[in-house]
Design a binder for this molecule. Structure first.
Ligand code: DX5
Ligand code: ZN
Length: 221
């Protein structure tokens, strides 16, 4: 599968977001990763649907909205209306509400004509999301604990990437996107791809690069 790079705008200058979007678009990004944090599921607060709505007219790239929020169902309409192309929700946020909440949320996203995905933290077993895989366009494996950019990649996640890719292939979902989020660098990207990931989120690596185009190319190559 071809590798796609999803720069995370969490690492951008929020006072110059329009410029940041144009820059990543012009320099080879494949998706734009929008980290939504609510101050509850994770400690910081970033932005909501209004930011996605403002970004929408600036790029044709898919907007990949990563909801790090409690009660994600309540926000789906806002992000769908704002023009999200894919919305991903955390298994952990859903499981504490009810055993069926994740499935219901994924179905709600799909009912809005938006792609959907389930996200698991580094300490959650891959098996937890196997039952919803048939509903998912993408699975997101966190390779840091969510909340902050610029953290170090947790190498134990490599085994999980392999496990999910193998399960997806034997289950007939070989086209499933597996996105890995957190601590991706030019140094570890090849290993993450070899393990079976085809979408790499990169915040710091892209935004702190002196040559964004070359960095995005090297993350893919
Ligand atoms: C963490 C976010 C990530 C993060 C990635 O909560 O979901 O998307 O911003 O940033 P880097 O690439 O700097 O780890
Ligand atoms: Zn993210």
């Amino acid at each position: 599968m071809t590798t796609k790079i999803a720069p995370s705008i969490l690492a951008a200058d929020f006072a110059a977001m329009g410029e940041a979007i144009k820059k990543i678009d012009e320099n080879g990004a494949d998706l734009i990763h929008c980290d939504v944090m609510d101050g509850n599921f994770v400690a910081p607060i970033t932005f909501g649907g209004q930011m996605v709505k403002s970004i929408r007219p600036l790029t044709k790239l898919p907007l990949d909205v990563h909801l790090m929020i409690e009660h994600p169902k309540s926000q789906i309409d806002f992000f769908a209306d704002a023009g999200a192309d894919i919305i991903t929700v955390h298994y952990g946020a859903c499981a504490k509400i009810s055993p069926s909440y994740l499935e219901e949320t994924l179905k709600l996203i799909k009912s809005r004509g938006v792609k959907c995905g389930a996200v698991i933290n580094p300490d959650i077993d891959a098996e937890k999301i196997f039952s919803v895989l048939p509903l998912c366009d993408m699975v997101v494996l966190m390779s840091v604990f969510p909340g902050y950019g610029g953290q170090k990649f947790i190498p134990e996640v490599l085994q999980k990437i392999k496990k999910v890719r193998e399960y997806a292939v034997v289950s007939g979902f070989s086209e499933l996107d597996i996105e890995v989020d957190g601590g991706i660098t030019e140094e570890n990207a090849a290993t993450v791809r070899a393990a079976g990931a085809n979408v790499l989120v990169a915040g710091s690596a892209v935004f702190r690069s002196p040559d964004m185009r070359a960095t995005i190319a090297r993350l893919k190559a």
